[in-house]
Each structure stands twice: as structure tokens, then as C-alpha cells.
Design a binder for this molecule. Structure first.
Ligand SMILES: Nc1ncnc2c1ncn2[C@@H]1O[C@H](COP(=O)(O)OP(=O)(O)OP(=O)(O)O)[C@@H](O)[C@H]1O
Ligand SMILES: [Mg+2]
Length: 404
């Protein structure tokens, strides 16, 4: 099914009304209650806004982009999230578009505007909260037991993704561009190019194979690719696939980038998260985001050693990451869903810049331990240097898990 892009998106309409401070208009368009600021008091604005409406806060987590937590009112539990005003409108738009297409999302009950940001009040989902039913929790438990994630959890999730793949359209921009094209100037330039990291130009040998290009070439090639993207195939998606944003019963949260999204961006995000980021790098370097989750699987680190040879100015990397069977199974089936929906060309060379951007644009490689940076380096160079055979590269990486 190919649908023409709507002339003016709901996202744009909501943003326009919010810019005009037409809150009644936002409420009428969305059906979600919008409440104005209450007179300020001492302490954080979000705490005061919730308290003034009778919410009792029971737990709080300070994250990079939000403060979120749980609250009770009249004996009922709620989830709240305090974000910048613009981010709340983006999430409202994602919530409406994604939920209207039959995807399970928690009910968004109200937006409480404050002078500094907006509190979003959601229905509390036990599986996403303290019930430990996010995909991260399910994977950790399966990994520890050496089993697969139960079929009753995997198939409904893949079914939803399959259905969303069928909601496709061609667009020249998508919410998920925030994680790709926009990160060239927001991250690649300030993190790497402007800082002249010496390892950018280092020659690299991975598992005894000299790499034809260095990290700088892969990153500059990636930056050039995103400079002029144009119209692309897009599909309906949650827009930030990670193990903590989906859960039991194929429920999705964190919808600020939900909508019609660049298919390659979607696939690269899911691949990187399930392959290395979500099970290992993100819990290790952003532990605060995991405070309500199972303990990360202890054996998730890639087997990676790096040895600089100053004589030849070469970095020798030995890399042998093996996925757990649970991750390998889920990832190979996810690749199959995308392959069936979009054909083998989706795994072609144009996917490489997206994979590189996930590997270098989420965490600053310079802040990682040397072995972790070496693992990312080995993968980036593999994605880039073998981009004419990327389908094979990804399947080989995933298939290692089956024999662990
Ligand atoms: N409706 C809900 N009920 C219970 N818990 C929830 C709900 N929505 C989200 N959560 C929990 O809160 C966490 C953070 O929520 P969310 O991902 O929306 O915030 P965020 O600021 O975008 O976080 P991050 O940037 O780390 O992804 C989720 O990973 C999930 O564990
Ligand atoms: Mg999240």
C-alpha cells in the first residue's frame, strides 16, 4: 500500500497551534486535555503542577531528555514525563498518528503546561513500569536462562511491525531524521571533526584484515550521504526502537518520533540497539535509564581487544561479538520482516551510512573505554567497507549468536 503524504501533517498542524499558543485548538485537534500553568511555588515546576492536581509522586527518574516517574491519584497509578514544551507537542503528534493505526500505546490523559516545560500524564502500564515486561527485561531473563524470548511475546511484536511496514509512503523528511541527517552538524562535527581526534586517521586492521579506509572516511562519507537525502521510502513506526521503548503485548512508549519514518533509519536503529547498543553500551554508559529494569545481562560485552602498534601507527583489533540466542533469534526475524516488506535492496549500500550514524552518533566514541571504542570501530569499518555486501554482513553478524 502506498499512500500519498498528507498535504499538511497533523504534526505540523499541532505545532502551528502550539506556536500560536492556541491551546484550545491543540486540545480540540488532539482530544487530549491541556491544562495551563498554576501559580509557581518553591521547588521544581513539574512537581508543583502534579501536586496541585492531586497527584502524589511515588518515584522519579532523572533522564537525559526528561524527568519521568510514577504518581498516584485517587488510588490509581499514572506515569508522567516532564519534557520541553516542543517535545511534548511532538510526542502528542506521534501518539495520535501511531495509536490511530492500531498500535497499542498507553492512553495520554493530560498535558500540564508549566512556565518551563510540559508534564505529560499517561495511563500507567505495569509491563513498562515496575512489572518488568519491557523487551529489555524479557531479553535479559531469556539471556540469563539461555532461552529465547517466549513466542507469545515475539510474534505479536513482529506482527505489529509487519503491519506498520505496509503503511508506507514516500517523504522527503521524517521525524527520525533527528537521529540521522541532523546529527551530522549536531554530533559528528562537534564530537569528531572539530576535535581532530588522532584515531580518526589511524590505520586499522580488524582480525588481521587491513581496512581499506579509516574512521574519518566512513564518517565523512556518512556526513556527505545525509547532506542531500531527498525523497525516501517511509513507513509508520515508533521512531526510536529500543528494548526499553517496547514491551509485553506489543505496547509502544516514547512516541516523540513516531510517524512515517525513513525505513533505513528505522532498520538501522533497531539493528544497532538489538545487536550491541541496547544490551550492552547503553546500559553501561547510561545506567540511569535502566533503574526500573532487570539487571543487564552480564555476558553481553563483545569479545574485543585493541593493540596500537606505534611503529606502524596502526590499531590492531580482534573482534568476535556473539549475540545471545535470544537476541540473534529476534534480530534475524526482524531482518526478515523488513526484507519481506521492502525487498533485498533495503539491505543495500545505502543502509551503511545509517548504521554508521547509529554506531558513532548515539554515544561519543571518545568517552568509551578503549575496548568498546574498538568494537564500534570494527563494526563501523565493516559496515562501510563491505557496504556492497551489507545483507550478508548483517546476517553473518547475527548468525554468530545461534552457535553461542
Ligand atoms: N505508560 C507507562 N507506564 C509505566 N512505565 C512507563 C510508561 N511509559 C514509559 N514508561 C517507563 O519509563 C521509561 C522512560 O519513558 P520514555 O522512554 O517515554 O522517556 P524518555 O525520556 O524518552 O526516555 P529515554 O530518552 O531514556 O528513552 C520507559 O523506558 C519505561 O520503562
Ligand atoms: Mg525511552
Amino acid at each position: 500500500m502506498t499512500a500519498p503524504a498528507a498535504a499538511v501533517s497533523l504534526r505540523q498542524l499541532l505545532a502551528d497551534r502550539a506556536d500560536a499558543r492556541d491551546w484550545a485548538g491543540v486540545e480540540a485537534l488532539s482530544g487530549v486535555e491541556i491544562l495551563g500553568p498554576v501559580p509557581s511555588a518553591v521547588g521544581p515546576a513539574w512537581r508543583h503542577a502534579l501536586a496541585s492536581l492531586g497527584y502524589r509522586i511515588t518515584d522519579v527518574s532523572e533522564l537525559k531528555n526528561s524527568t519521568c516517574g510514577f504518581a498516584q491519584r485517587n488510588g490509581r497509578p499514572y506515569f508522567f514525563k516532564y519534557v520541553r514544551a516542543g517535545a511534548a507537542i511532538a510526542e502528542l503528534a506521534g501518539y495520535l498518528e501511531f495509536g490511530a493505526a492500531g498500535n497499542r500505546v498507553p492512553a495520554l490523559l493530560s498535558l500540564l503546561r508549566t512556565d518551563a516545560g510540559t508534564v505529560m500524564v499517561y495511563e500507567y502500564l505495569p509491563s513498562m513500569g515496575l512489572g518488568r515486561g519491557t523487551l529489555f527485561d524479557l531479553l535479559c531473563r531469556a539471556e540469563r536462562a539461555g532461552t529465547l524470548v517466549p513466542e507469545r511475546e515475539v510474534e505479536p511484536l513482529l506482527d505489529r511491525i509487519r503491519a506498520n511496514c505496509a503503511r508506507r509512503t514516500v517523504c522527503s523528511e521524517s521525524p527520525i531524521d533527528a537521529f540521522f541527517a541532523r546529527r551530522v552538524t549536531e554530533r559528528l562535527v562537534p564530537w569528531y571533526f572539530e576535535r581532530h581526534r588522532p584515531w580518526l586517521d589511524q590505520r586499522v586492521v580488524v582480525n588481521s584484515v587491513p581496512q581499506p579506509v579509516a574512521m574519518r572516511d566512513a564518517m565523512e562519507g556518512t556526513a556527505a550521504f545525509f547532506r542531500d537525502l531527498g525523497a525516501r521510502e517511509c513507513m509508520l513506526s515508533q521512531g526510536d526502537f529500543s528494548e526499553t521503548n517496547v514491551g509485553r503485548g506489543a505496547v509502544f512508549v516514547d512516541l516523540s518520533n513516531a510517524g512515517h519514518n525513513d525505513v533505513r533509519g528505522e532498520l538501522a536503529t533497531a539493528f544497532w540497539s538489538l545487536f550491541l547498543g541496547g544490551g550492552y553500551l547503553f546500559p553501561k554508559y547510561h545506567p540511569a535509564a535502566y533503574r526500573w529494569r532487570e539487571a543487564p545481562y552480564a555476558d553481553a560485552a563483545p569479545l574485543c581487544a585493541a593493540r596500537p602498534d606505534p611503529r606502524t601507527a596502526t590499531l590492531h583489533i580482534d573482534f568476535a561479538h556473539r549475540l545471545s540466542p535470544a537476541r540473534a533469534d529476534l534480530l534475524s526475524r526482524l531482518l526478515e520482516v523488513f526484507h519481506d516488506a521492502f525487498g533485498p535492496q533495503l539491505l543495500g549500500r545505502e543502509l551503511a551510512p545509517y548504521l554508521v550514524m547509529r554506531a558513532v552518533g548515539v554515544l561519543d566514541l571518545d568517552t568509551l573505554e578503549p575496548a568498546d571504542r574498538a568494537a564500534c570501530t570494527a563494526l563501523v569499518l565493516r559496515f562501510w567497507n563491505e557496504r556492497d555486501d551489507l545483507g550478508n554482513v548483517l546476517r553473518t553478524l547475527v548468525d554468530h549468536g545461534r552457535t553461542r
